[in-house]
Design a binder for this molecule. Sequence first.
Ligand SMILES: [Zn+2]
Length: 418
Amino acid sequence: MEAIILAGGFGTRLSGCVSDLPKPLAPVGGRPFLHYILDYLYVNGVHRAVISTGYMAEKIENTIGNRHRGMVVDYCREDTPLGTGGAIRKALGMCREEYAVVINGDTFYDVDLFEMQKIHRESGYPITLAAKTINNVERSGFLQIENGMLTGFCEKGASGAGLINGGIYFINKNALDFIDTEKFSFEKQVLETLILPVRVFESDAYFIDIGIPEEFARADSEAEMLKSKRKRRAVFLDRDGTLNVDTHHLYRVGDFRFIDGADEAVAYLKKNGYLVTVITNQAGIAKNLYKPVDVDILHRHIDSLLCEKHSVVLDGYYYCPHHPQAVIEEYRCSCQCRKPEAGMILGAIADFSQIGIEIDTENSFTVGNRHSDLLAGINAGIKHNILVGSDEPDAADIASAYYKSLKDFSDLEQVLKL
Ligand SMILES: [Zn+2]
């Protein structure tokens, strides 16, 4: 899933509280508010976020950078203010998929994006809007909805419960191309005119708008609420011989080569909502053939190759530097991380849980080319453990019920048919 974050506004409503920062960087619970938005998107399966910037663009770009956890971050800068509609359309031009989720940089609304995406896909309409139920619409106005479609807006003045625009949308890539002005308001010129059919997705999830000074004060004391929690599927991927050609104790960047199609397979998984983590034994460290820093550099190189070609990065790299016969004493031990032990996979699961992601072990899998890869998955409670391109003769017995013999990891269709 790709996302667009609208972070180019002037922040006039907040100027009394934080004057030297754009609103999305306003500190909440000690972190820039935008970090909560990025975490939210990441936990909800977004693999790439395009931040639309304008006012204080450089401050935002310097604070956030080009990665957020396992998510690629790119920027779309407005040189002159384009209005919300113009900003969305320009950022959609940088997106590569059929549609993108669009979100305001100054609101947090914990909508389940997987569910909303499903409704957007199934309905076939160009725009889906997330609507939030509130108890009193007196100060905000409310939406009119019939059979799940937006039919109008009511101005302020009414009272009682109603649905308001939550500021999260799925919008098809070319949906706004027909508008012939460069600058336009998405709310006034697209939504309020009903010029395009808009499907409504109702969600009563937690909502806060930090553009309103009282809510900004409340966000600080409720920072714990600004944390999305989702169950996700994951792939725990062996490295040498599975992701890349095994050159035996590979550590030089120049020697790295993806197995044909393996990088496409990673991109496919990421774009379909899987978390993808590398789990690899690196006894070459224990044998003093290379150092942990070499492994880290190689892993950054893998991410930059994936990012350049497919706009994705992996969700983590875990390696075991130990070996029972290590020449370096520090690494000589029988550890809990060297595969077939489960330590690295369990460590990854624990790290995901820290940020609100529970791994759906029933629908997750390990992929490897050795007994030990599969056993590590089985020991960690991962249901599907898949062998690819192995030359180990009795590997099929070890993989038992979930054994699938694939030519290599790129042969994904079979993997996903499990
Ligand atoms: Zn270890």
